[in-house]
Write a new protein. Sequence first.
Length: 477
Amino acid sequence: MTEYPALQLLIDGESFDGTNREIIDVIDPATGEVIAQLPSATNSDLAKALEATERGFRLWRSKSADEREAILRKGAQLIRERAKEIGVAITREQGKPIKEAVGETLYCAMLLEFYAGECKRLYGRTLVRNSGQRVVVRYEPVGPVAGFAAWNFPALNVVRKIGGPLAAGCSVIVKPSEETPAGGLAIVRAMHDAGVPGNALQCVFGVPSDISEQLLASPIIRKVTFTGSTKVGKHLAKLAAEDLKRTTLELGGHGPVLVFNNADVDKAIDTMAGNKYRNAGQVCVSPTRFLVQEDIFERFLDGFVNRAKQIKIGNGLESQTEMGPMSNQRGLDGIQEKVSDALSKGAKLNFGGNRVGNRGFFHDPTVLSQVPLDSVIMNDEPFGPVALINPMPDYNSMIEEANRLPYGLAAYAWTEDPKQRMQLSNDIEVGMIAINGGSVSASDAPFGGIKWSGYGLEDGAEGVSACLISKTIHETA
Ligand code: NAD
């Protein structure tokens, strides 16, 4: 087994361990055991990071686009070279199967490569004027960024917090999740090794609410970017509003999946079941509410249950494992509460529904059907391995149910009818839709939601423009 990486604070080019600092235990979700200890930043650590990020911003923005591009590309290359060891750290602290963890790491490299190219595509424009006058619109980095990443993608969430800002010329203080620190730290270290100055990219840990309060209270920070729950997102939006800081919030959803009677049902089952139980359902774009047209409902349900039964649960480090544990005790407790609430309100349990073993945080892949709309799980993001499958009479009822909740992140639709595909692309209120497929994310495509799923975008050109301000220069000869 590779050694668990040293967990340190990375501030102004120096690393700090737990000496004279509070310590946070890191737990392996497959065993429930403490595997490492993480130092917590003090107020003076954070004050130092704030002062350094201001210098880091001036230094990093002054680098040419070519230099920034080369450094981001080098970072991507180092991450690729280290993918196996980063993947092991992700699996140990977060639980997902090693194949998914390595895949996540390689996706980080791809995203950084895309952002590297964007460094040279931050075009401005010249407006049409008579001779003797010139009006130029120019884009500049917004300033130092504070990024807060969630635990479900320990490395990718961190890359989403730092990639766009670094490409735009911003400095970043990032706080990966204290529950999954090693993956994010490995990303930051790779970027330092590639040439990002230690004051332009810093990494801190501690009590999340204390850190965000101190960083957001400072006028030095000009942008906040967060991945996590709607509740915390709203709290951070209020803190950011005090100083009118730019904000990007990626807050999860409650993904509807519309399966019409003309769909390729077998393909829909195979794709969406794999997608549902990926990362034990702890994915913001996870397919959740399956809205299946009545005449194919039984066939879809039976096929989905069969597929769920085949999933091999185990420690993510074992190569045959297809679904690891949930990442933390509160996630496991939350799923158990939501499943029993749904059952008490009349939902049918078609498969699963139980914790697996008594060590670690395992829960079996679960299928509920005929789930009443007033059950908690039909309204709050389950964030666990539970599929909710309900029969629906027609197109209009399916669209109405898809749009019923205040969330609007990802939706999925399965239909062979081109007209229906066009119509539903207009009618579903979300940031991203996959039609006849399972993926809503690509390095060059904007990723983000609407309504309670947040605002601002990551990935794609939009991930960089979210970190730019425009300056217009009106010049007379
Ligand atoms: P949470 O919002 O409390 O925590 C998510 C992340 O935000 C954690 O890494 C945490 O360290 C950080 N955080 C929490 N409070 C913060 C604060 N005041 N300032 C800065 N950072 C802060 O969510 P949770 O308890 O981990 O999970 C609860 C629910 O949130 C989940 O069930 C799921 O619905 C949602 N969630 C969504 C995503 C996503 O990908 N959008 C990720 C994690 C959780």
